[in-house]
Write a protein that binds this ligand. Structure first.
Ligand code: MF3
Ligand code: CO
Length: 325
């Protein structure tokens, strides 16, 4: 998930129809080269202007809010990225036991990805230097793995793994786990985790081409709010593909209105990653490490589940489904 600030920065970027501008510049270049004799040497001012227009167009494309529509052949490498992320998460799961520190868990993720010829998308991302985010109890998201964060029986902990394959595609997945097994958790923690998992399932069931994103988000928020939980809105789900984070920005709280938002089209790739808080508040705070996000009261716990999905011709495909489970 990424922050509101980054989203606002992207929103400020203009959203002209860049493809039209680029096409126009390209046509101009073509016409120009058709006109010029083979003996024409060097680039004319017209060429320079056209090239500059193309460069500008490419920049605007990168920073615009346009939702990338991926080609049918992009599904296969996304499947590989998603499956790898899911496998990394499944691989670390048995290591999540009482007494383990989250730095060790991050080492396990990093080693697994290295042995698969991939790496974590989070490694070096905006100064973040870890291969996972590990968020216990009152940590909402972006928990920084550390030797000094030790997990205890009864804790709940979200493990979030985002990978980039050697082919350059991203998969992003997370689950909230029970440390010491489900039986070690108190009833409230079990209800929080089970409800959040179920909420994501309901959202994914509503995912289909032609639906609007609000149709996916509403059942999630409704399920969580019905239990009295807060739906965190400050950290959003996001488009994903060749880039870790790309348009659209998906707000689990504000976007949760049936019939609202953009329409899901074949070729859209994005994450769905609701975060729920135990006490119903959506207020959060960031620790001094600059990353770790906690519930504002630092007591209320939080759970999250995440999948990376792609919209197909007939249905949504979950790229990060873990078939081994
Ligand atoms: N996996 C998180 C997400 O869903 C990662 C956040 S960026 C980080 O986007 F640097 F904090 F890891
Ligand atoms: Co994400």
């Amino acid at each position: 998930m990424f922050s509101k600030r980054a989203a606002a920065r992207r929103r400020r970027a203009a959203e002209p129809d860049v493809s039209v501008a680029v096409a126009r510049a390209e046509r101009r270049l073509e016409k120009h080269s058709a006109r010029s004799s083979p003996s024409t040497r060097g680039a004319s001012l017209g060429d320079a202007v056209a090239y500059a227009a193309i460069a500008l167009g490419v920049c605007l494309m990168l920073f615009s809010r346009r939702i990338p529509v991926h080609a049918p052949e992009d599904f296969a490498p996304m499947r590989r990225a998603g499956r790898l992320a899911a496998r990394a998460l499944a691989h670390v799961e048995p290591h999540v036991v009482p007494g383990v520190d989250t730095g060790t868990l991050d080492d396990v993720v990093r080693a697994f990805l290295a042995s698969s010829g991939a790496r974590a998308a989070t490694l070096g991302y905006r100064g973040y230097n870890h291969s996972s985010c590990i968020s216990p109890n009152e940590v909402v998201c972006h928990g920084v793995p550390s030797a000094s964060v030790v997990l205890n029986a009864g804790d709940i902990v979200n493990v979030d793994v985002a990978v980039v394959t050697s082919e350059g595609w991203h998969g992003d997945v997370s689950r909230t786990l029970f440390v010491g097994g489900r039986a070690a958790a108190d009833v409230a923690a079990r209800r929080l985790v089970d409800t959040t998992r179920d909420a994501l399932r309901l959202g994914l069931e509503a995912c289909r081409p032609g639906a609007r994103i609000g149709d996916v988000l509403e059942p999630i928020a409704q399920r969580l709010r019905a239990e009295g939980y807060g739906v965190v809105d400050r950290y959003a789900a996001h488009g994903v593909g060749r880039r870790f984070h790309q348009p659209p920005t998906i707000r689990h709280g504000a976007g949760a209105r049936r019939g609202a938002g953009w329409r899901l089209r074949p070729g859209h790739f994005f994450t769905i990653e609701p975060m729920a808080t135990e006490n119903g508040s959506v207020e959060t705070a960031t620790l001094r490490d600059g990353w770790t996000v906690v519930t504002a009261d630092r007591a209320s716990r939080s759970a999250q589940f995440e999948h990376t999905v792609g919209v197909g011709e007939r249905a949504c495909e979950i790229f990060t489904r873990d078939d081994a489970r």
